[in-house]
Write a protein that binds this ligand. Sequence first.
Ligand SMILES: [Zn+2]
Length: 348
Amino acid sequence: MNLIIDCHGHYTTAPDALGEYREEQKENLEDNPFYEHVKGIIEITDDQIRESLENAQLKLQNERGTDVTIFSPRASWMGHHIGNQSTSTTWSEHCNDLIYRITELYPKNFIGVAQLPQSPGSDLTASAVELERCISELGFIGCNLSPDPSGGYWTSPPLDDRYWYPIYEKMIELAVPAMIHVSASCHRCFHTTGSHYLGADTTAFQQLMMAKNLFIDFPDLKFIIPHGGGAVPYHWGRFRGLSDMMKLQSLEEFIQHNIFFDTCVYHQQGIDLLVDVVPTDNILFASEMVGAVRGIDPYTGHYFDDTKRYIDDCPLDEVDKHKVFSENARRVFDRLDHHLERVGLINQ
Ligand SMILES: [Zn+2]
């Protein structure tokens, strides 16, 4: 069976109680930014979770013919810039717990990816602890790592700085990749899912391309750059030229084992370009549904984020399409096959 694995989906349809908990956190912080949050309880029933998915992500999986989604908390709600470390820790734990419940309710449809409790000005100790909990206890297979937890002000060092090493060490120890994914913009110059997301994808690629020791120190570190790699594939020539001027290795060599792009590009021409310039081994199928762009394209009559159609119609041959839909994800997410076997989606 040719599985179709969507490597990028978010729980954007969570029951109201989750948002209410977050609003309460923000109220606690109004008078005291150092307010120490405790986790507490969010009352959400299994039926409410089922209801939140059955007319959304599950229905779309079924309609579009995708099999399983690698699923994480709502990215724009990660809000690492809000409050302090205790705010992010308690919030992330709840968001990840909900993903875990989804993976238990629908083990053949969803596999978990963790939100990390990053907090500007804090080190990554809490993030490493939460990653360990999510992988070892909740059965997740990856994480979303924000290169800019400040929400648009870029106050953190670039991704090759030793600041990030504790989370990389934990990723290697647990054999999981990270999707580089920012959260909401709190800078009025950047629109969250437009310029902020795509700008961050592009920025992360450039930082990693210029990294001197990162992939020497961590040869097995794997990053997925979402949203088709931001501006990178379209400007592949510019990045190749810069790489050449800086006497770096070729882009193909640089990305080969460590950098992957998803297919969250919402038109055929964009996907055709992506598969033309980026090596097929480095492209993972994804839709980011239900996410940033929810409407129907008047040119095609189909949902913008129905990305399977674009891969079906792109010029790759069947062998390469299979890589994009399935094989590459199984290679990048080391723990994925184990999960697929456990739930009977592949044979041992
Ligand atoms: Zn996303």
